[in-house]
Design a protein around this ligand. Structure first.
Ligand code: ADP
Ligand code: ASP
Ligand code: MG
Length: 404
């Protein structure tokens, strides 16, 4: 029998009617002879609402309590989906992340999965029940409730699919699949029917938020085929699969954008060995995930070092740099939180020169200034001003012949 893990995102369980539609879809999948494990997100924007409520209550937010609060969103959804299934005569049982055996480290608000013990889910399946699991959460070895980071229900779904050896993991969302650009920004974007993990990882890492980055990493490492599709139309969506030799690669597959990062610049740093190591060790020790790093050529024995960091970690990054400023003899620490990153992704880039030149020409024609550049073998990213990024995306999407 085919076992499917079906994950339903926030909009897909956004109100009573949507929850009934989800239950109906699960019931049909069962009737067609499959087994289903469902994973649900919190309804609509309720995670954001809970965070807002927390900040109204207090300026201090202990991470353990934030996790305890946020996991309630997914619990509401799981119980309601089970009730809607009961009305359809489908036997189901809800499980929190902890009950589902998702064991994580203790890094509250961004915990990593250490181990899955799916015995209770397996027992439920063996009894003919549909397990409905609250996404985005687990329990630490110290028995505290943890969350997996924003968008983390995707990781729950993929991890359960791997642990239960499911045939596929279906990610139901509010778009019909993975597109050549965010369809909210580029109306001309087209749905990609099949994409390799390599390209999907680059997309997820550079702002294509339709799949959380860690879920794509997990799926690749554990060979879980992913199917991203719409819970509104139920039409076939995008398969994210392992690359095979026959896959013909487009030069550019997608354009992504990310406005969640800020740039920090440490100015007039002495140009001698060990300074960058000292700076980045200090940033790593406070657990910061840095991205693009640029160092200018030295003038008069000093240089500038810039890097990007998620906006949510900006204050911490600036404070860490300021704390080291005197010790490393840097001239200044400044930041910019009005930037955006624009990226082109395409596995065919490896064998096609000229993509970078064309990207820069398109941006130049729009009068867009490029502030930072970074590349991988299948990606080019530029940092530009936030207010021009959407126009630049549409121009690049058109220039690289991705428009429908
Ligand atoms: P869910 O709540 O179902 O997890 P998300 O909001 O996390 O949904 O992800 C779906 C959203 O991702 C879409 O509404 C779309 O605006 C956005 N998105 C960004 N880039 C892409 C892309 N390349 N293809 C499809 N959707 C994208
Ligand atoms: N509800 C959580 C969030 O909004 C997790 C998720 O939806 O995947 O980030
Ligand atoms: Mg999501």
């Amino acid at each position: 029998m085919t076992l499917l893990v079906q994950k339903f995102g926030g909009t897909s369980v956004g109100d009573a009617q949507r929850i009934r539609a989800v239950a109906d879809h699960i019931a049909r999948t069962i009737k067609a002879g499959n087994q289903v494990v469902a994973v649900v997100s919190a309804m609509g924007r309720s995670t954001d609402d809970l965070l807002r409520l927390a900040s109204e209550v207090s300026s201090v937010r202990p991470a353990r309590e934030e996790d305890m609060l946020l996991t309630t969103g997914e619990r509401i959804s799981m119980a309601l989906v089970c009730m809607a299934l009961a009305e359809l005569g489908v036997k189901a049982a809800s499980f929190t992340g902890s009950q589902a055996g998702i064991i994580t480290d203790s890094d509250h608000t961004r915990a990593k999965i250490l181990e899955i013990r799916p015995d209770r889910l397996q027992e439920a399946l063996d009894e003919g029940l549909v397990p409905v699991v609250a996404g985005f959460q687990g329990v630490s070895r110290e028995r505290n409730i943890t969350t997996l980071g924003r968008g983390g229900s995707d990781v729950t779904a993929v991890a359960l699919a791997a642990a239960l050896h499911a045939d596929a993991c279906e990610i139901y969302t509010d778009v019909t699949g993975v597109f050549s650009a965010d369809p909210r920004v580029v109306p001309q974007a087209h749905k990609i029917s099949k994409v390799g993990f390599e390209e999907m990882l680059e997309m997820a890492a550079t702002g294509g938020r339709v799949l959380m980055l860690r879920s794509v990493e997990y799926a690749r490492n554990h060979h879980v085929p992913l199917h991203v599709r719409s819970s509104f139309t139920w039409e076939p969506g995008t398969w994210v699969v392992e690359e095979d030799e026959d896959m013909e690669h487009a030069v550019v597959t997608a354009v992504t954008h990310d406005t969640s990062e800020a740039k920090v610049t440490v100015g007039a740093v002495p140009d001698r060995p060990g300074v960058a190591a000292q700076l980045f060790r200090a940033l790593a020790d406070v657990g910061l995930n840095l991205d693009m790093i640029v160092q200018n050529t030295a003038e008069n024995g000093t240089t500038d070092i810039s890097f990007t960091v998620p906006k949510v970690n900006l204050a911490e990054a600036v404070a860490t740099c300021e704390g080291l400023q005197a010790e490393i003899g840097a001239g200044s620490v400044s930041f910019d939180d009005t930037m955006a990153r624009l990226s082109l992704i395409g596995a065919g880039m490896k064998s096609h020169p000229g993509v970078t030149a064309k990207m820069f020409e398109v941006l130049a024609a729009l009068g867009v200034n490029i502030e930072m550049i970074s590349t991988s073998s299948i990606r080019i990213s530029c940092v530009v001003r936030e207010d021009v990024v959407e126009e630049a995306m549409r121009a690049l999407h058109h220039a690289f012949e991705l428009d429908v």
